[in-house]
Design a protein around this ligand. Structure first.
Ligand code: 5GP
Ligand code: ZN
Length: 115
């Protein structure tokens, strides 16, 4: 738990969040401002500020994030039509919450390149 971190506070139950999945390594939240019919945030319990602070110690954790995202896409019925897992690193890429997280977006057609 890192002070003044929104996602650490949600994980600790200090701020409400709608959890759709959780295990010992990650929680998955409904995004408060969904950008697709399905928009979930896969958030490691471990406080890591950005993707740049991931180390080799976190390799298994990141693999787990993708396993969880894929299983949820299947469970919620949007895996076959297609989905995105997005990580924004630093302000220029759109990062606004400084606790690493992976957006799981699905349920609509996506365009490329992303904006
Ligand atoms: P970023 O912009 O850092 O890639 O993603 C942060 C995401 O967190 C955004 O999609 C934003 O809508 C979401 N978000 C911001 N505040 C809250 C909150 O209090 N609760 C939840 N569940 N999501 C939030
Ligand atoms: Zn945090």
């Amino acid at each position: 738990m890192t002070d003044n971190c929104l996602f650490c506070k949600i994980i600790a139950g200090e701020i409400p969040g709608k959890f759709i999945y959780e295990d010992d390594r990650v929680v998955v939240l409904q995004d408060i401002a969904p950008q697709a019919p399905h928009h979930y945030l896969v958030v490691p319990r471990k406080h890591i500020r950005t993707t740049l602070e991931l180390t080799a110690e976190d390799n298994e954790l990141v693999g787990h994030v993708y396993q969880v995202a894929s299983r949820l896409a299947e469970k919620h019925g949007f895996a076959k039509e297609g989905f995105r897992v997005v990580n924004n690193c630093n302000e220029g890429a759109g990062q606004t919450v400084w606790h690493v997280h992976f957006h799981l977006l699905g349920g609509r057609t996506m365009t490329w390149p992303p904006g």
